[in-house]
Design a protein around this ligand. Structure first.
Ligand code: 3EB
Length: 342
């Protein structure tokens, strides 16, 4: 069993998307101007958002697995399974969920998306949800008196509770970002083994955020450490400039960069206390950095290069962060093969 993330920058040239390695692909992501692209055969989450710092028009990330994958569709989820690993993508049009009494269309769609995911995991007998990538339109917009991110949080938490999964402690790593438009898009990775959820001692756990951030807390952990045979994978959730439960450095993108990376570093330390492999370092992580304002990209890039070094793989995407005062969010992952530690 193995799981590996392959990142490729694709130019607009049509021949650039034909030489894809297909045999071991579990699924992946297309970031950027990917509307005209031929889709690969495996589940792919499309993130229609500007990308920065690359001459490519599209960045393709693909999870490669060790075994020949089996794919399927259920309740709109496009999924692919390789051994005891499952990756899936679900896109829901909110308009299809309008008219549920006492519930916004986004809340209803969010709850339904997670219910479908949990049903699939039961059917596949791969019950453990490790990492979820959530994207929705206009995340900071208020409709019917409640910000859309907060509506999403209600629907997500409802589904966790309804499906007897609990909404604290053992919850997946995640991110939740706003795009200009498009459906509610959710990708996920799951498996037969539980992930070890990690928290950040500098931050209140998101599932314990106080009510000032919305009627229901977000359902995610700060990171998930997954043990696979012969391998270990670390998924670090979207990480922002939050200390305790409060946003720090409002209006200061460089300050937010430093604070977010300090939070990532603390999560890496927490992972290293539980890792069976060699310690994780900031330099080796594969990062995705969400920047709210395109004009902030140069300052963000300069700051992160100074802190992480030029060797790191960093994909920069324009997206709205789930609190209005947050200007950037950083997520990351790494895999280590299991070798004996001295
Ligand atoms: C935060 O720490 C910043 O709702 O799934 C980061 C990662 C954030 C995941 C989510 C939200 C989520 O609260 C926002």
């Amino acid at each position: 069993m193995s799981l590996q993330l392959l990142t490729r920058a694709l130019s607009a040239a049509p021949e650039s998307d034909v030489s894809r390695e297909t045999a071991r692909a579990l699924g992946g992501t297309l970031l950027g101007n990917c509307a005209a692209m031929t889709l690969p055969a495996w589940p792919v989450q499309r993130i229609f958002a500007p990308i920065f710092g690359s001459t490519a028009t599209v960045i393709e990330e693909t999870w490669l697995s060790g075994l020949l994958p089996v794919s399927g569709r259920s309740e709109g989820i496009v999924w692919c399974r390789s051994g005891n690993l499952l990756y899936g993508v679900l896109e829901l049009d909110e308009a299809d969920f309008a008219g549920v009494q006492g519930c916004s269309a986004l809340q209803a769609a969010s709850a339904e998306a997670y219910r479908r995911i949990f049903r699939l995991l039961e059917t596949q007998q791969l019950p453990h949800l490790w990492r979820v990538w959530n994207y929705l339109a206009a995340i900071n917009q208020e409709t019917d008196g409640l910000e859309r991110y907060r509506q999403f949080n209600i629907g997500r938490q409802d589904a966790f509770l309804e499906c007897q999964r609990g909404a604290t402690g053992n919850v997946p790593a995640a991110c939740a970002l706003g795009l200009a438009g498009g459906p509610l898009s959710i990708a996920f990775m799951a498996g037969d083994q539980p992930a070890v959820p990690l928290e950040n001692p500098r931050q209140v756990s998101a599932y314990n955020y106080p009510a000032e951030y919305g009627p229901r807390s977000p359902t995610f952990s700060r990171a998930a450490l997954v043990y696979l045979p012969g391998q270990e994978t670390l998924f670090i959730s979207g990480t922002a400039s939050i200390v305790g439960h409060q946003t720090v450095h409002p209006g200061d993108v460089v300050g937010q960069c430093r604070e977010s990376l300090a939070n990532v570093a603390v999560v890496v330390e927490a992972a290293n206390r539980l890792s069976r492999a060699l310690p994780y370092t900031l330099t080796e992580l594969a990062y995705r950095v969400y920047v709210r304002h395109a004009a902030d990209f140069p300052a963000v890039q300069t700051t992160l290069l100074g802190l992480i070094g030029a060797g790191a793989e960093i994909v920069y995407v324009q997206a709205d962060i789930c609190r209005r005062d947050l200007l950037i969010e950083i997520e990351a992952m790494a895999s280590h093969s299991l070798v004996e530690r001295d």
